[in-house]
Design a protein around this ligand. Structure first.
Ligand SMILES: [Mn+2]
Length: 342
């Protein structure tokens, strides 16, 4: 079963999920609100239906999402602890992954046990060979919206509060709190249902966005004072070096959202972050306001993503990656800007 941006037959999907008794749910490394919220949303539905279900992620649960974990449902993958349970798994459901290599060593576990896999995602995929069932809806604002679609079709009862809390988290985080261009009526329908169900949406906002570490604020000060503008200010780029991370005692999770902040600057159409991951590779991240697409640029650098939010992992030393990335980005944006003028 392979769907690509066409209406998904959720009843057919239900047929597959219903046949499985032991189900593992997972998402990408360094998980975000969409992956985690999708997992918890489906978890509570499956538990109610008597399934043996576990959420097993490569990365530990980021602390700001611990309100989703009152029942201790998020496991961090541990080969020796999970191996015997994994051998019984009938179906692995992977959420929001973009590229399956982002579940890291769980790929080996899936291959070792020959597990059936279902991909549920709103990212375009170039690498599909791991999936038995591939459900992609590029029009979904969040993967959580797809879980919402599924639950609406297959449940007789209303969606339970704990599932809605996950879906709301997914939608809120992937739409930048209902501000980005992907925000649609379904997102607001989910918000309405969540408020009606008594979900404390302001608490969720505070936990995720008013919970900055001091390291994050220090890094923000450092990078903002070195922001670079190109193409008359329509491109703004910045770097986060290993030295900056060490000075701030920072963690990867501290830099989330920095590109969104830079994109918010007046006149800036595209924000670019270059993050020095280690001495031989950098992670780059693009955010566009919506006039110019950035996934083509990310693609030419070996990555991918959505039209207005994309990224890549590039090998090479920081200085070389900066030169290459900034040049390629400038060239592509210049072409797009000139195309506009015609
Ligand atoms: Mn997502």
């Amino acid at each position: 079963m392979h769907y690509n941006n066409i209406p998904i037959d959720w009843n057919a999907v239900h047929g597959i999920i219903d046949q499985a008794n032991t189900i593992m749910l997972t998402t990408h490394e360094n998980p975000d609100g969409d992956g985690l919220g999708s997992e918890s949303a489906l978890y509570y539905h499956l538990i109610e239906n008597g399934k043996d279900v576990r959420i097993v992620n490569y990365s530990p649960l980021p602390i700001q999402y611990d309100y989703l974990n009152v029942d201790n449902i998020f496991d961090c993958y541990d080969k020796s602890a999970h191996d015997s349970w994994l051998s019984k798994v009938d179906l692995v459901i992977i959420f929001d992954v973009g590229d399956y290599v982002r579940i890291r060593t769980l790929v080996d576990a899936i291959e070792k046990h020959g597990l059936n896999t279902m991909n549920i995602d709103h990212h375009p995929h170039t690498n599909n060979d791991l999936f038995n069932y591939n459900l992609v809806d590029l029009s979904a604002a969040a993967t959580g919206c797809m879980v919402y679609d599924y639950l609406k079709v297959v449940r007789d009862e209303p969606i339970v509060k704990k599932s809605l809390e996950g879906i709301y988290t997914a939608v809120m985080t992937d739409t930048g709190c209902f501000r980005y261009s992907n925000t649609d009526t379904k997102c607001h329908e989910i918000a309405t249902q969540s408020l009606n169900a008594g979900i404390e949406t302001h608490m969720i906002y505070q936990r995720i966005y008013e919970n900055s570490t001091k390291s994050r604020i220090k890094l923000m000060g450092d990078f903002l004072s070195n922001l670079k503008y190109e193409l008359n200010g329509s491109l703004a780029w910045f770097m986060i070096t290993r030295e900056m991370m060490e000075n701030a005692n920072g963690q990867k999770s501290d830099i989330e959202g920095f590109s969104d902040l830079v994109r918010s600057i007046s006149g800036v159409e595209v924000a670019l972050m270059i993050f020095e991951q280690d001495t031989s590779s950098c992670r780059i991240n693009f955010r566009s306001k919506g006039k110019y697409s950035v996934n083509n640029i990310a693609k030419s650098l070996g990555g991918g993503g959505h039209a207005f939010a994309a990224g890549a992992l590039i090998s090479g030393k920081l200085g070389d990656v900066i030169e290459k990335t900034v040049n390629i980005t400038k060239r592509s944006l210049k072409n797009q800007i000139n195309g506009d003028a015609k």
